[in-house]
Design a protein around this ligand. Structure first.
Ligand code: T3D
Length: 265
Protein backbone atom coordinates (compact mmCIF):
# COMPACT_ATOMS: atom_id res chain seq x y z
CA UNK A 1 0.00 0.00 0.00
CA UNK A 2 1.30 3.50 -0.87
CA UNK A 3 2.52 5.66 2.00
CA UNK A 4 -0.10 8.25 2.91
CA UNK A 5 2.59 10.66 4.13
CA UNK A 6 6.01 11.20 2.56
CA UNK A 7 8.86 12.66 4.58
CA UNK A 8 11.91 14.20 2.96
CA UNK A 9 14.70 14.93 5.42
CA UNK A 10 16.72 17.95 4.29
CA UNK A 11 19.62 19.63 6.08
CA UNK A 12 17.93 21.57 8.91
CA UNK A 13 14.32 20.94 7.86
CA UNK A 14 11.80 18.37 6.70
CA UNK A 15 9.23 18.33 3.95
CA UNK A 16 6.06 16.44 4.81
CA UNK A 17 3.87 15.66 1.80
CA UNK A 18 0.24 14.54 2.12
CA UNK A 19 0.15 11.64 -0.30
CA UNK A 20 -3.29 10.43 -1.37
CA UNK A 21 -3.35 12.29 -4.68
CA UNK A 22 -6.18 10.23 -6.22
CA UNK A 23 -8.42 11.62 -3.40
CA UNK A 24 -6.86 15.10 -3.49
CA UNK A 25 -5.04 14.10 -0.29
CA UNK A 26 -8.25 13.80 1.72
CA UNK A 27 -7.68 12.57 5.27
CA UNK A 28 -8.47 9.08 6.47
CA UNK A 29 -7.45 7.63 9.83
CA UNK A 30 -4.30 6.11 8.36
CA UNK A 31 -3.10 9.46 7.04
CA UNK A 32 -3.86 11.14 10.37
CA UNK A 33 -1.74 8.52 12.16
CA UNK A 34 1.11 8.82 9.66
CA UNK A 35 1.10 12.62 9.88
CA UNK A 36 1.12 12.46 13.66
CA UNK A 37 4.16 10.15 13.57
CA UNK A 38 5.94 12.43 11.09
CA UNK A 39 5.33 15.47 13.31
CA UNK A 40 6.52 13.46 16.35
CA UNK A 41 9.85 13.04 14.54
CA UNK A 42 10.04 16.77 13.77
CA UNK A 43 9.55 17.48 17.47
CA UNK A 44 12.16 15.04 18.72
CA UNK A 45 14.84 15.75 16.10
CA UNK A 46 16.92 18.66 17.41
CA UNK A 47 18.43 19.17 13.98
CA UNK A 48 15.03 19.87 12.45
CA UNK A 49 14.52 23.64 12.70
CA UNK A 50 11.68 24.17 10.22
CA UNK A 51 8.90 22.20 8.57
CA UNK A 52 7.40 22.46 5.10
CA UNK A 53 3.95 20.92 4.55
CA UNK A 54 2.57 20.32 1.06
CA UNK A 55 0.43 17.92 -0.96
CA UNK A 56 1.18 15.44 -3.73
CA UNK A 57 -0.44 15.78 -7.14
CA UNK A 58 -2.83 18.53 -8.20
CA UNK A 59 -4.37 19.38 -4.83
CA UNK A 60 -3.18 20.28 -1.34
CA UNK A 61 -5.93 18.57 0.66
CA UNK A 62 -9.70 18.07 0.26
CA UNK A 63 -10.34 17.69 4.00
CA UNK A 64 -12.01 14.62 5.43
CA UNK A 65 -12.28 11.61 3.10
CA UNK A 66 -16.03 11.56 2.57
CA UNK A 67 -16.01 7.97 1.37
CA UNK A 68 -15.50 7.11 5.07
CA UNK A 69 -18.64 9.10 5.92
CA UNK A 70 -21.27 7.34 3.81
CA UNK A 71 -24.18 6.90 6.21
CA UNK A 72 -25.13 3.45 7.43
CA UNK A 73 -28.42 2.01 6.11
CA UNK A 74 -29.63 1.38 9.69
CA UNK A 75 -30.08 5.15 10.21
CA UNK A 76 -27.39 5.43 12.90
CA UNK A 77 -25.57 8.78 12.87
CA UNK A 78 -21.83 9.35 13.02
CA UNK A 79 -20.14 11.22 15.86
CA UNK A 80 -18.05 13.79 14.00
CA UNK A 81 -17.10 15.40 17.31
CA UNK A 82 -15.17 12.23 18.05
CA UNK A 83 -12.98 12.60 14.95
CA UNK A 84 -12.38 16.26 15.65
CA UNK A 85 -11.51 15.59 19.28
CA UNK A 86 -9.19 12.67 18.50
CA UNK A 87 -7.59 13.71 15.23
CA UNK A 88 -8.11 17.19 13.76
CA UNK A 89 -8.04 19.26 16.94
CA UNK A 90 -4.77 17.76 18.24
CA UNK A 91 -3.23 18.34 14.79
CA UNK A 92 -4.21 22.02 14.74
CA UNK A 93 -3.01 22.51 18.32
CA UNK A 94 0.29 20.89 17.41
CA UNK A 95 0.89 23.01 14.33
CA UNK A 96 0.43 26.11 16.47
CA UNK A 97 2.57 24.81 19.32
CA UNK A 98 5.44 23.30 17.30
CA UNK A 99 8.61 25.08 18.40
CA UNK A 100 9.78 25.41 14.78
CA UNK A 101 8.24 27.51 12.00
CA UNK A 102 5.83 25.67 9.73
CA UNK A 103 5.59 26.73 6.09
CA UNK A 104 2.68 25.46 4.01
CA UNK A 105 2.95 25.23 0.22
CA UNK A 106 -0.63 25.03 -1.04
CA UNK A 107 -0.14 23.40 -4.42
CA UNK A 108 -3.79 23.22 -5.49
CA UNK A 109 -7.23 23.09 -3.96
CA UNK A 110 -7.41 23.27 -0.15
CA UNK A 111 -10.97 22.39 0.90
CA UNK A 112 -12.73 21.75 4.20
CA UNK A 113 -10.33 20.78 6.95
CA UNK A 114 -7.59 20.86 4.29
CA UNK A 115 -7.98 24.63 4.00
CA UNK A 116 -7.90 25.10 7.76
CA UNK A 117 -4.87 22.87 8.26
CA UNK A 118 -3.05 25.14 5.81
CA UNK A 119 -4.24 28.22 7.74
CA UNK A 120 -2.87 26.74 10.98
CA UNK A 121 0.65 26.90 9.54
CA UNK A 122 2.90 29.88 10.23
CA UNK A 123 3.57 31.02 6.68
CA UNK A 124 1.27 30.00 3.84
CA UNK A 125 2.41 30.22 0.22
CA UNK A 126 -0.03 29.20 -2.49
CA UNK A 127 0.38 28.52 -6.18
CA UNK A 128 -1.61 30.93 -8.36
CA UNK A 129 -4.05 28.19 -9.37
CA UNK A 130 -4.72 27.11 -5.76
CA UNK A 131 -8.13 27.71 -4.21
CA UNK A 132 -9.33 27.79 -0.62
CA UNK A 133 -12.83 26.43 -0.05
CA UNK A 134 -14.67 26.36 3.27
CA UNK A 135 -16.65 23.46 1.83
CA UNK A 136 -18.41 22.56 5.09
CA UNK A 137 -21.68 24.44 4.48
CA UNK A 138 -22.18 22.42 1.29
CA UNK A 139 -22.50 19.38 3.56
CA UNK A 140 -24.49 21.01 6.34
CA UNK A 141 -21.38 21.21 8.56
CA UNK A 142 -19.52 23.90 10.47
CA UNK A 143 -16.01 25.03 9.47
CA UNK A 144 -13.75 22.97 11.73
CA UNK A 145 -10.05 22.28 12.23
CA UNK A 146 -9.80 25.82 13.61
CA UNK A 147 -11.66 27.47 10.72
CA UNK A 148 -14.03 29.52 12.83
CA UNK A 149 -11.03 30.65 14.90
CA UNK A 150 -8.68 31.51 12.06
CA UNK A 151 -11.05 33.07 9.52
CA UNK A 152 -12.36 36.10 11.46
CA UNK A 153 -8.87 36.75 12.80
CA UNK A 154 -7.25 36.63 9.36
CA UNK A 155 -9.83 38.27 7.11
CA UNK A 156 -12.31 39.94 9.49
CA UNK A 157 -15.90 38.99 10.38
CA UNK A 158 -17.62 40.01 7.12
CA UNK A 159 -15.33 38.00 4.86
CA UNK A 160 -15.24 35.10 7.33
CA UNK A 161 -19.04 34.87 7.17
CA UNK A 162 -19.07 35.05 3.40
CA UNK A 163 -16.46 32.32 3.08
CA UNK A 164 -18.14 30.07 5.65
CA UNK A 165 -21.77 30.51 4.54
CA UNK A 166 -21.29 30.65 0.77
CA UNK A 167 -18.54 27.98 0.61
CA UNK A 168 -17.26 29.52 -2.62
CA UNK A 169 -13.69 29.00 -3.79
CA UNK A 170 -11.29 31.83 -2.98
CA UNK A 171 -8.37 32.02 -5.41
CA UNK A 172 -4.81 32.35 -4.17
CA UNK A 173 -4.32 35.91 -5.42
CA UNK A 174 -7.43 37.12 -3.59
CA UNK A 175 -6.45 35.07 -0.54
CA UNK A 176 -3.21 37.05 -0.45
CA UNK A 177 -5.02 40.34 -1.04
CA UNK A 178 -7.40 39.58 1.84
CA UNK A 179 -4.58 38.61 4.22
CA UNK A 180 -5.66 34.97 4.45
CA UNK A 181 -2.20 33.82 3.36
CA UNK A 182 1.29 35.26 3.16
CA UNK A 183 1.88 35.06 -0.58
CA UNK A 184 0.57 33.83 -3.91
CA UNK A 185 3.35 32.72 -6.28
CA UNK A 186 3.48 31.30 -9.80
CA UNK A 187 2.59 27.59 -9.74
CA UNK A 188 5.94 26.68 -11.30
CA UNK A 189 7.83 28.56 -8.57
CA UNK A 190 5.83 27.33 -5.56
CA UNK A 191 8.04 24.51 -4.32
CA UNK A 192 11.35 26.26 -5.00
CA UNK A 193 10.15 29.41 -3.20
CA UNK A 194 8.73 27.38 -0.32
CA UNK A 195 11.93 25.35 0.04
CA UNK A 196 14.15 28.43 -0.12
CA UNK A 197 12.05 30.08 2.57
CA UNK A 198 12.01 26.97 4.78
CA UNK A 199 15.77 26.46 4.40
CA UNK A 200 16.32 30.10 5.36
CA UNK A 201 14.08 29.81 8.42
CA UNK A 202 16.01 26.68 9.46
CA UNK A 203 19.20 28.74 9.90
CA UNK A 204 17.55 31.40 12.02
CA UNK A 205 17.08 31.75 15.82
CA UNK A 206 14.66 28.85 16.26
CA UNK A 207 14.13 29.37 19.98
CA UNK A 208 13.30 33.02 19.37
CA UNK A 209 10.82 31.91 16.69
CA UNK A 210 9.10 29.63 19.19
CA UNK A 211 8.65 32.61 21.50
CA UNK A 212 7.30 34.75 18.62
CA UNK A 213 4.75 32.04 17.79
CA UNK A 214 3.58 31.96 21.41
CA UNK A 215 3.28 35.74 21.59
CA UNK A 216 1.30 36.07 18.36
CA UNK A 217 -1.00 33.17 19.20
CA UNK A 218 -1.85 34.76 22.56
CA UNK A 219 -2.17 38.34 21.34
CA UNK A 220 -5.68 38.37 19.90
CA UNK A 221 -7.23 37.09 23.11
CA UNK A 222 -5.11 39.13 25.52
CA UNK A 223 -5.58 42.63 26.86
CA UNK A 224 -2.75 45.07 26.21
CA UNK A 225 -1.57 44.60 29.81
CA UNK A 226 -1.57 40.82 29.51
CA UNK A 227 0.29 40.98 26.22
CA UNK A 228 2.91 43.38 27.56
CA UNK A 229 3.50 41.03 30.49
CA UNK A 230 3.78 38.08 28.13
CA UNK A 231 6.26 39.94 25.90
CA UNK A 232 8.32 40.74 29.00
CA UNK A 233 8.44 37.07 30.02
CA UNK A 234 9.17 35.73 26.54
CA UNK A 235 11.80 38.40 25.90
CA UNK A 236 13.47 37.55 29.20
CA UNK A 237 13.89 33.98 27.96
CA UNK A 238 14.92 35.01 24.45
CA UNK A 239 17.48 37.40 25.91
CA UNK A 240 19.14 34.49 27.74
CA UNK A 241 19.67 32.49 24.55
CA UNK A 242 23.06 32.16 22.87
CA UNK A 243 21.39 33.29 19.66
CA UNK A 244 20.67 36.70 21.14
CA UNK A 245 24.32 37.09 22.16
CA UNK A 246 25.36 35.97 18.69
CA UNK A 247 22.90 38.36 17.00
CA UNK A 248 24.27 41.34 18.92
CA UNK A 249 27.90 40.27 18.39
CA UNK A 250 27.35 39.76 14.66
CA UNK A 251 25.72 43.18 14.38
CA UNK A 252 28.60 44.89 16.19
CA UNK A 253 31.21 43.01 14.14
CA UNK A 254 29.35 43.73 10.88
CA UNK A 255 29.12 40.05 9.92
CA UNK A 256 26.32 37.53 9.34
CA UNK A 257 25.17 35.78 12.52
CA UNK A 258 25.47 32.03 12.96
CA UNK A 259 22.49 30.90 15.01
CA UNK A 260 22.24 27.52 16.74
CA UNK A 261 18.51 27.80 17.42
CA UNK A 262 18.96 26.35 20.91
CA UNK A 263 16.91 27.40 23.94
CA UNK A 264 18.79 28.95 26.87
CA UNK A 265 20.35 26.49 29.35
O1 T3D B 1 -14.63 13.54 10.82
C1 T3D B 1 -15.35 14.28 10.17
O2 T3D B 1 -15.95 13.89 9.19
C2 T3D B 1 -15.47 15.71 10.57
C3 T3D B 1 -14.44 16.51 9.90
C4 T3D B 1 -14.75 17.15 8.75
C5 T3D B 1 -13.68 17.88 8.05
C6 T3D B 1 -13.98 18.16 6.61
O3 T3D B 1 -13.01 18.40 5.93
S1 T3D B 1 -15.58 18.17 5.98
C7 T3D B 1 -15.30 18.70 4.30
C8 T3D B 1 -14.86 17.56 3.41
N1 T3D B 1 -14.39 18.02 2.13
C9 T3D B 1 -15.18 18.45 1.14
O4 T3D B 1 -16.38 18.60 1.31
C10 T3D B 1 -14.56 18.67 -0.20
C11 T3D B 1 -15.03 17.61 -1.18
N2 T3D B 1 -14.38 17.78 -2.45
C12 T3D B 1 -14.76 18.69 -3.36
O5 T3D B 1 -15.65 19.48 -3.13
C13 T3D B 1 -14.02 18.71 -4.66
O6 T3D B 1 -13.41 17.47 -4.84
C14 T3D B 1 -12.95 19.82 -4.71
C15 T3D B 1 -13.64 21.18 -4.81
C16 T3D B 1 -12.04 19.78 -3.49
C17 T3D B 1 -12.07 19.62 -5.97
O7 T3D B 1 -12.90 19.51 -7.11
P1 T3D B 1 -12.27 18.97 -8.48
O8 T3D B 1 -13.36 19.08 -9.49
O9 T3D B 1 -10.99 19.66 -8.73
O10 T3D B 1 -11.89 17.43 -8.20
P2 T3D B 1 -12.88 16.19 -8.06
O11 T3D B 1 -13.08 15.56 -9.39
O12 T3D B 1 -14.09 16.57 -7.30
O13 T3D B 1 -12.00 15.23 -7.12
C18 T3D B 1 -10.98 14.40 -7.64
C19 T3D B 1 -11.11 13.06 -6.97
O14 T3D B 1 -10.88 13.22 -5.59
C20 T3D B 1 -12.51 12.49 -7.14
O15 T3D B 1 -12.38 11.08 -7.19
P3 T3D B 1 -12.68 10.31 -8.58
O16 T3D B 1 -14.05 10.69 -9.03
O17 T3D B 1 -11.61 10.79 -9.53
O18 T3D B 1 -12.54 8.86 -8.22
C21 T3D B 1 -13.16 12.88 -5.84
O19 T3D B 1 -14.22 12.02 -5.46
C22 T3D B 1 -12.01 12.71 -4.88
N3 T3D B 1 -12.22 13.56 -3.69
C23 T3D B 1 -12.14 14.90 -3.61
N4 T3D B 1 -12.41 15.29 -2.37
C24 T3D B 1 -12.66 14.18 -1.65
C25 T3D B 1 -12.55 13.07 -2.50
N5 T3D B 1 -12.76 11.83 -2.06
C26 T3D B 1 -13.10 11.70 -0.77
N6 T3D B 1 -13.22 12.69 0.10
C27 T3D B 1 -13.02 13.97 -0.31
N7 T3D B 1 -13.10 14.97 0.60
Amino acid sequence: MAETILVDKKPGYRIITLNRPDRLNAFNEEMHAALKAAIDHVETDETCRALLLTGAGRGFCAGQDLSDRVQASDGSKPDLGDTLGRLYNPLIRRLHALPVPVVCAVNGVAAGAGANIALACDIVLAGASAKFIQAFARLGLVPDAGGTYALPRLVGPARARGLALLAEPLGAAKAEEWGLIWKCVADADLMSEAETLTARLATQPTFGFSQIKQALDASLDNTLDEQLDLERDLQRRAGRSDDYAEGVAAFMEKRDPVFTGKPPE
